[in-house]
Design a protein around this ligand. Structure first.
Ligand code: NAP
Length: 266
């Protein structure tokens, strides 16, 4: 079945794992694609397959998003290509190593990719989406945004940023027609784990989802207009209670006197 043309989706980290599945699914939904990652051969192979299967136009941009000049080129593409209707900020790295055994330079590289590049790419497209009154931004966070004790703390911190930034983007831009979704995958069977030093085979397979199932579920969440999508959380009422508690507490967080429990008088 031929899908109506949806414009162009720019997907970062599209050469493997979750990003490659987004590329496949979005092409099948009628998007042309711009695929971004470092590995040009893998991007080209994916682009060839998707073009053959869907007849959609697929452009490849090989860029190291840790490299300022390469990142600037992707930003320029987002600013200049008016066909882009969806940005999928997916490129990211992580690790499980604790603070005392992880290298701070590697941690800063992680922040540069997971936070700085995602932020710059969002800033590059958000004004155009807002002025057109249309456009979507899908940010791939992680369940460690909520549970930072699970893996490396800097990784958890970067994903908490992605979640908070997405919530704020939604708050600021939803009224202008910009759709924002943060996806919080649990453990997903991709190269992410081996790249981070812990092959996925070493995990309890009861907690590992396939990338296909994760992305298909996340797109159902996107279709339903969800801001936060946690594909592996069966107990949605737990998220709803957590979010309701956060919103209740938000109204009480700033006052002109300290709470009584901090009184100097005993
Ligand atoms: P993956 O298969 O390792 O994919 C990571 C992607 O990011 C690859 O396409 C990689 O391509 C790209 N990338 C890495 N460094 C880059 C750089 N400097 N510049 C440009 N692209 C770069 O892992 P994945 O699981 O699909 O990860 C995708 C996202 O899901 C990440 O943000 C990750 O944090 C998140 N996530 C994953 C899991 C999980 O369990 N797998 C769970 C929660 C969240 P190149 O090497 O070709 O550049």
């Amino acid at each position: 079945m031929t899908q109506a043309h949806q414009g162009t989706a720019l997907i970062t980290g599209a050469s493997s794992g979750i990003g490659a599945i987004y590329a496949d699914r979005l092409a099948k939904r009628g998007y042309d694609l711009i695929l971004v990652a470092r590995n040009r051969d893998r991007l080209n192979a994916l682009a060839d397959r998707i073009t053959t299967e869907t007849q959609r136009t697929v452009e490849v941009l090989d860029a190291d998003l840790n490299d300022k000049a390469a990142l600037a080129q992707v930003e320029a593409k987002l600013r200049s290509d008016a066909s882009i209707t969806l940005l999928v900020n997916n490129a990211g790295i992580g690790t499980h190593t604790p603070l005392l055994s992880s290298d701070v330079d590697k941690m800063v590289q992680m922040i540069d990719l997971n936070v700085t590049a995602l932020t710059r790419l969002t800033y590059a497209i958000a004004p155009a989406f807002a002025s057109r009154g249309k456009g979507g931004i899908i940010n791939i966070a992680s369940i460690v945004a909520i549970a930072p004790e699970v893996l490396n703390g800097v990784y958890g911190g970067t994903k908490a940023f992605v979640q908070a930034f997405s919530q704020s983007l939604h708050h600021e831009l939803a009224a202008q027609g910009v759709r924002v979704q943060a996806v919080l995958p649990g453990a997903t069977a991709t190269d992410f784990w081996a790249t981070g030093g812990l092959p996925v085979e070493h995990l309890d397979q009861n907690i590992v989802m396939s990338a296909e199932s994760m992305v298909d579920a996340a797109l159902v969440g996107f279709d339903r207009g969800e801001l936060i999508t946690i594909p592996s959380l069966h107990e949605v009422e737990e998220w709803e209670a957590y979010e309701a508690a956060r919103k209740t507490m938000s109204a009480h967080l700033s006052r002109n006197t300290p709470a009584a429990r901090y009184s100097l008088e005993k």
